[in-house]
Ligand binder design. Structure first.
Ligand SMILES: C[C@H](O)[C@H](O)[C@H]1CNC2=NC(N)=NC(=O)C2=N1
Length: 105
């Protein structure tokens, strides 16, 4: 197995609730579990800023080999992470979600 994928064990419902409350801490909020994925919508001032975020997140996602589904409009980007390999949520999803928050900060 590629070592980058070793964190991709499915988390239990209890573990997901715990990790979600850590993710939605003092620094950032807005992550929810929707239809089996971690989801958050970011809002920007304009298209230029939205696409800047998308490009930066895509770069990080590719480096982590963990790619979010993205829905992009003029001033919003909805990000969805899940782990295909385990058909669920793993720590890789939480790790990449926190990286997305760091970009937005
Ligand atoms: C073969 C390839 O490395 C895997 O399919 C990777 C690619 N990107 C991925 N992205 C996400 N979000 N979940 C995965 O399980 C995943 N798996």
């Amino acid at each position: 197995m590629n070592p980058i994928h070793q964190n991709r064990k499915a988390l239990s419902a209890t573990e997901i609730v715990t990790q979600l409350s850590k993710l939605n801490g003092e620094q950032a909020q807005g992550w929810r579990l929707i239809d089996g994925a971690l989801e958050k919508t970011y809002t920007f001032k304009n298209y230029h800023e939205t696409i800047g975020f998308v490009n930066a997140l895509a770069f990080i996602a590719n480096a982590e080999d963990h790619h979010p589904d993205l829905a992009v409009s003029y001033s919003k980007c909805t990000v969805r992470f899940n782990t295909h390999d385990v058909d669920g949520i793993s720590v890789s999803d939480f790790f990449c979600a926190s990286k997305a928050d760091a970009l937005f900060a």
